[in-house]
Design a protein. Sequence first.
Length: 211
Amino acid sequence: MQIIIFTAGMMWKRAVNMKNMLWLAGLAAVSILVITSPEKTAAEFVSLFVLLPVVFLLTGWSDSRERKGILTIINRGGTTSMVRLAEWSFPALGATFVSSVSVFAAAAPPWQFWVVLPLTAVSISLVYLTTEQHLKFAGRTAFIILWLVQLSEPAHTKKLLDLVLFTDYPAAVLLASPGTGTHHPDSFVLASLILVFLAAGTRTLISRRNG
């Protein structure tokens, strides 16, 4: 547990000194206001608060001197698994907490939101961490494209694309209204379950292949 707390603390300390992350957060917020239709704005901020802590903490972390220093010390004791656990769980917990607080400014969330939110936060953390380690710039580009597409999509589409845009699951649950032609919130519960298994499975497979 001490290793997890220490790693989380180093991740936070490093992130707060990255001023460019503040610019990124501001740009993302402005993009919501400019691109998103008014009826989606509040819900999209909820999805933003799921993504931001992950990006804030994990961008550049894999190659950072802080991570390398921790692993150099920890490798002697053979407990690197605790570091690797902290790397995805700390951002996911932060994302879940921040988005849980912000949701009440958007709407009274249905029960499905409380299932979809943590699963989506974990999935995004795992996917972003994996891409940062193996497909850094391609991964960042993919997340930017997903973000821009989700903002430009109409609120009610009931298309397969809604389930592909996993960064938007929390907002999609809040906006769901089956009577007007959207996916049922339960669809996003199932989708988030599938997503977290795929994200965890892919990360495990890549780690074993490279380990």
